[in-house]
Design a protein. Sequence first.
Length: 200
Amino acid sequence: MSTQKKTSQRQGFKTGESIVYPAHGVGQIVAIEEQVVAGMKLELFVIDFEKDKMRLKVPVAKAEQVGMRKLSETDFVERALKVVQGRARVKRTMWSRRAQEYDAKINSGDLISIAEVVRDLYRADSQPEQSYSERQLYEAALGRMARELAAVNEVSETEAVRLIETNLNKNPKRNAKVLDEDETEGDDDLTAEAEQEEAA
C-alpha cells in the first residue's frame, strides 16, 4: 500500500481548512492523501480533531455523503445564538427517549439542532440541578457549539462558551419576563424523572 501526500483542493475542501464532521465536531484537514488499496487509487482527507487527540481519514468521494461540511457562515452562527435565547421546549416523554433524541441532534453536525439541545438542557443558577446524564449531554452540545463558534469567530473556546452563556441568559423566562406564548412543561419533575431512571 503506497501513500502519496498531496495538498490541494477536493470537493470544495482544501488542506488547512477547518471543517465540521457530524460525529466529532470541528476538525482540520491537514492533508489530502492518495492511497492505493487493492490496486485502486483512493483519495483521502486526513482530518485532525485536536480536542479529542484523534485523526480520521475520510474518502474524498464520501465526504458529502457522511455529512462533512464547511464551517457555518457568520449569519448562521447568529441564528444559532438566537435559538439559545429561546425558551426550552421539553417533550413529555421518557428521559431515555429524550436523551436519544438529544444525542442524535448533537451528532447530526447541524449547528441549529445542537443549539436546541444547549437551550433545552441549560440550567440557570436559580433553577433545579441537572441530573448527571442531562449534564453530560449539555456539556457535549455546549462543547460542539463552542468549538464551531470559536473557529468561525476566531476566538478561544472559552470566549465562545462565554458568548453562548451570555445569550442563554438573555432568555425571557429566566429573567421572569415571558415574551413567548410557547408553553414549556415543568422542568422540575422532568429532572426528577431523569434521576429516577438513572437510579433504576
